[in-house]
Design a protein around this ligand. Structure first.
Ligand SMILES: [Zn+2]
Length: 133
């Protein structure tokens, strides 16, 4: 008798349940089930068979994307404010710095420029411009 978890996920184990156990005694099976080797194999099986979105690295990426999307939404909102109130694009930088200080948003310097403000406003205005044509 072999343990399929240990054979697949812990084949280097010296357990009798990897090489093949001759005994069919219930005590042997139970002691194998609570052994550290088997627990490691079972955990490996569970990790390998998780849905992709439940795996820690995917969760980290999803969370990172949510944080980045959240920051992008704030940048668009700030740009919308600049455009709607006809403020100079350079105010975009000051407002983002204020946002960083108030909310620890860590808005990238890459996006914090008057040129980026113009780009954000261009994208906000694009659907309205297309309607007018
Ligand atoms: Zn096992």
């Amino acid at each position: 008798m072999k343990c399929s978890y240990c054979v697949t996920y812990n084949h280097k184990s010296k357990s009798k349940f990897v090489s093949g156990c001759e005994s069919l005694r219930l005590d042997n099976v139970r002691s194998h089930e609570i052994s550290d080797d088997h627990k490691i194999s079972h955990t490996s099986f569970l990790n390998a068979n998780k849905a992709p979105c439940d795996q820690p690295i995917i969760k980290a990426v999803i969370n990172m994307e949510k944080r980045d999307l959240d920051i992008m939404a704030k940048l668009f909102t700030t740009a919308f404010y600049i455009g709607k109130h006809e403020k100079p694009y350079t105010d975009f930088i000051k407002l983002n710095e204020l946002q960083n200080k108030n909310y620890s948003d860590n808005i990238s310097k890459h996006y914090n420029s008057d040129k980026q403000a113009r780009n954000f406003i261009k994208y906000i205005a694009q659907p309205y411009m297309e309607k007018q044509q």
